[in-house]
Design a protein around this ligand. Structure first.
Ligand code: FAD
Length: 304
């Protein structure tokens, strides 16, 4: 049953019709649990509240499917707006974005132009931009773009996923780039040809890559709600003299608030991924796929 629900939600996340429909109707069915709002002002308010409680943030303007150059340019404009809003409000947050929403599938040069203008402005504002990792089909292209940009910019990082067989080698290859990496388990439905099908193998690889990147001496964002993985990272840092300035924990808005607060109170850097915007549907479906038990929360909200 759980596998069935996972597949259903992962399928819905990619369904263009469902995404378009949901976009029309605003935040529905409990979407507010995972998404901070529609406007950048609402998102800034959510970050301000997190900052008050000792957590910092990364803002993501949601955008799932882009099919025209105009949409990609508009998406870049939203990223620039978000950077300006962070600066004007004085909240502590950086920016996360997806290369497909900046035109990766339309024209690589357009995507690079958009990225360069965002990174240039972020650099002027002393801010940082993280490239989210999407499905396997975009992995190589995303890493190629990251490498190209990293040669020009210090303020760019990327995400690697523990479920992919290739990730350990990618970390070794990125060593020369002193990469600032967010490490995650991975949120998309992938073939066993490219990704570990069993959760226990994903977890084992996750622990392995966290240690590998930390030992390489580069900044590591451990993005997980799994207390076991968090303990492994903490212990590894303590045992190996890795300073707290070289890593941070990251969690998603609305998930495991208790754990977020506990780690922050213990003096760890805790950054919350705060998504906002009309394109909430695909993002929320991926959250349901990770934990089908969340569906009860959605059902309860259907009748509110
Ligand atoms: P799991 O083993 O899945 O979960 C551990 C525990 O966390 C669960 O038992 C439950 O208590 C809690 N939990 C986990 N998920 C949920 C949920 N949806 N609702 C309620 N409780 C939950 N993936 C990508 O592929 N690319 C990215 O760029 C990316 N960026 C991310 C950024 C951040 C800050 C975070 C935290 C995750 C990101 N992810 C990304 C998602 C990630 O890959 C996982 O799908 C997600 O974090 C769930 O895995 P987990 O490590 O929390 O462990």
């Amino acid at each position: 049953m759980e596998t069935l629900l996972r597949n259903l939600f992962q399928g819905l996340a990619k369904n263009r019709f469902a995404n378009r429909l949901a976009k029309k109707y605003g935040l529905r069915f409990g979407a507010k649990r995972f998404v901070a709002g529609i406007t950048v002002q609402e998102a800034i308010e959510a970050v301000r509240q997190l900052n008050r409680e000792g957590r910092i943030a990364t803002l993501d303007h949601l955008g799932e499917f882009i099919s025209t150059r105009e949409e990609a340019v508009e998406s870049a404009r939203m990223c620039l707006n978000t950077l300006e809003a962070i600066e004007e409000s004085g909240v502590e947050s950086n920016l996360s974005l997806k290369l497909t929403s900046l035109g990766l599938d339309i024209d690589k040069a357009l995507c690079m132009d958009n990225m360069r203008s965002i990174l240039r402005r972020a650099r002027e504002l002393n801010n940082f931009v993280r490239i989210d990792m999407e499905d396997y089909a975009h992995c190589q292209a995303s890493l190629d773009i990251y490498r190209e940009l990293r040669r020009e910019f210090d303020n760019v990082g990327i995400v690697l996923q523990a479920y992919l067989y290739r990730t350990e080698q990618d970390i070794r290859d990125l060593n020369a780039f002193k990469a600032n990496l967010r490490l995650v388990k991975g949120a998309y439905k992938e073939s066993p040809k490219v990704a570990f099908p069993d959760k226990k193998d994903v977890d084992a690889n996750y622990a392995k890559i966290i240690k590998l990147h930390m030992s390489n001496g580069h900044y590591t964002a451990i993005a997980s709600h799994d207390e076991n993985m968090i303990s492994i990272a903490r212990r590894y840092a303590e045992d190996n003299g890795i300073p707290r300035t070289q890593f941070e924990f990251q969690m998603l808005y609305g998930i495991r608030e208790d754990l977020q607060k506990r780690l922050a109170a213990e003096g760890y850097k805790v950054r919350i991924y705060v998504p906002f915007g009309r394109d909430w549907f695909g993002y929320n479906m991926r959250r349901l796929a990770e934990r089908p038990a969340n569906v009860w929360f959605v059902l309860r909200n259907l009748f509110k």
